[in-house]
Design a protein around this ligand. Structure first.
Ligand code: SF4
Length: 233
């Protein structure tokens, strides 16, 4: 039988199971913690830090931190939400994101979080990074201008023999996502669709499909991200 653990989030008490992460415990209890790199079913990496909460006064990634008895968690505070907004802003200025022409507009987690955190115009200068687009895979376009290097595709998209199709090469601001040329040629439509859907932004776009769901009727057009627990600030 699982062991029950009691925690508090924003001064409200919740019961959860030992072994759950803070993010899982929050979701189980209907509390929204914003995330970007996290995806259900993929081992969390804690890379984007959007889910940062204060645990007993210390900032920790909610997606990778397991719950413990008596843990005191702060989530929906002006300071944490400002930090999250800053992360989103930095991602916008670091890449080249042109939302109106993107197939993922309306289903993009980055765009949806920007709306949630009321990002109007970034406070930082655009970098206009020089990044290229790879249209050589038969089923996909890889648009590195939009890639936020969350590594969801790396951890979730595999060929039949278990080899990963995607990988990150280089480090720091030269890091970029790549696809294995040979494996890309074996990719089925289903796997290409899965890769596109797993990408939180419009960095993986399946060829031969465009705007089949009209703007205005997409996922976040009808239900803004995290609507169940609006940001207080
Ligand atoms: S291509 Fe998409 S899923 Fe892959 S690392 Fe970039 S943003 Fe993440």
């Amino acid at each position: 039988m699982s062991e029950t653990v009691r925690i508090s989030i924003d001064a409200k008490e919740y019961a959860t199971e030992k072994g759950r992460t803070i993010l899982e415990a929050a979701r189980d209890n209907g509390v929204y913690i914003p995330t970007l790199c996290y995806f259900d079913g993929i081992a969390p990496t804690g890379t984007c830090r959007v889910c940062t909460v204060n645990v007993n006064g210390r900032p920790m990634a909610a997606c990778t931190t397991p719950v413990a008895e008596g843990m005191t968690i702060e989530n929906d505070t002006p300071e944490l939400n400002e930090m999250r907004k800053t992360i989103i802003e930095l991602l916008f200025v670091e890449g080249n994101h042109f939302c109106p022409s993107c197939e993922k507009s309306g289903t993009c987690d980055l765009q949806a979080l920007a709306y949630r955190f009321k990002l109007m115009a970034p406070r930082f200068e655009y970098e206009f990074s020089q990044r290229d687009l790879d249209a050589t895979p038969p089923k996909l376009i890889i648009e590195r201008n939009r890639c936020i290097l969350c590594k969801r595709c790396v951890k979730a998209i595999f060929a039949d023999d278990g080899k990963a199709l995607f990988a990150v090469s280089n480090r720091g601001n030269r890091a970029m996502i790549n696809i294995d040329d040979k494996l890309a040629k074996t990719m089925s439509d289903e796997l290409a669709e899965k890769a596109m859907n797993i990408c939180p932004v419009g960095a993986i776009i399946k060829k031969g499909k465009g705007f089949s769901t009209p703007i205005g009727k997409r996922k976040y057009d009808t239900k803004p991200i995290g609507i169940e627990n609006q940001v207080s600030s």
